[in-house]
Design a protein around this ligand. Structure first.
Ligand code: ZN
Length: 278
């Protein structure tokens, strides 16, 4: 069934766990994530990143995501990840997404907070929840914030939450988007402080590739949503490569896609087990 982000965050709060948010820019990743959550009987968040638009236009993949959420046997929140443009966010809401992230983290505080406030006001009037970000993650993927990470200032985070009325906060404390070149070092006291001052469910971006111990400790400190994608997507590539190497005469793409889906599902299940404590 399709649910709001708030409902999923309330579940995470109650169970002292985190819920995985997986990007699903292909039907294979969408099936992999939903069937993984159903098999483990855990709620899940499926998300579409604005940055994936060239490969998976929102108007094409969005309706599939909403339908998959409605048909699922577990609670599913349909979320827009890193929305940077108001029109794009509005379109996701029109398509039936139950939650949106506005990412104004590259902007000055006043502009980020003013934009986030307007979007929150708009979304809340339509019963859609909002995640926003303050501070910046190091990133190698999208060309943003190429100057490296700006860790979230807990006091500024408190002000941001009060100024904007958001429902979940993405914070920067040592994770990075993409594949890690070295083991990330997370600033746990910072997560605790942000949590204490804001009282909101916190979101870990760049969540795939973090060790199980660090996931658990982050959850203890107040992380309730973990964005997970790169490592799952890479598992799909590894499985597809292996199938081609073992079957040089492979003809049908659907066989390749199915193999990748199976590998992504296994990886998503591994992550969900750690996040949910199941
Ligand atoms: Zn992110």
């Amino acid at each position: 069934m399709i649910v709001s982000l708030k409902e999923i965050m309330a579940y995470a709060e109650e169970n002292k766990c985190a819920v995985g948010a997986f990007n699903t820019p292909t039907l294979e990743s969408l099936n992999a994530v939903i069937s993984a959550a159903e098999e483990l009987d855990v709620p899940v968040i499926i998300s579409h990143a604005e940055l994936h638009e060239p490969w998976a236009p929102l108007d094409v993949i969005g309706p599939h995501m909403v339908l998959a959420a409605k048909n699922a046997r577990v609670p599913v929140c349909v979320h827009l990840d890193h929305g940077e443009h108001f029109d794009y966010i509005k379109r996701a809401i029109e398509l039936g997404f139950t939650s949106v992230m506005y990412d104004g983290s590259a902007l000055e505080y006043s502009e980020n907070s003013a934009n986030t406030f307007s979007i929150t006001e708009y979304a809340h009037a339509l019963n859609v929840d909002v995640e926003a970000e303050i501070g910046a993650l190091a990133s190698r993927e999208d060309g943003h914030h190429s100057g490296g990470a700006v860790y979230t200032d807990p006091e500024l985070a408190q002000r941001f939450v009060e100024d904007t009325g958001i429902d979940a906060l993405a914070a920067s404390f040592g994770t990075a988007h993409g594949i890690y070149k070295e083991k990330p070092k997370l600033d746990f006291p910072r997560i605790e402080k942000i949590r204490e001052l804001t009282g909101l469910p916190l979101v870990m971006h760049g969540g795939s590739g973090v060790s199980p111990e660090d996931y658990r400790r982050s959850i203890e400190c107040g992380i309730r949503k973990i964005n997970y994608y790169s490592y799952m997507a890479r598992e799909g590539v590894f499985a597809a490569k292996k199938l081609i190497e073992e079957n040089p005469g492979l003809t049908y793409f659907h066989e390749l896609a199915a193999e990748a889906e199976k590998a992504m599902k296994a990886d998503a299940m591994k992550a969900m087990r750690v996040f949910s404590g199941k």
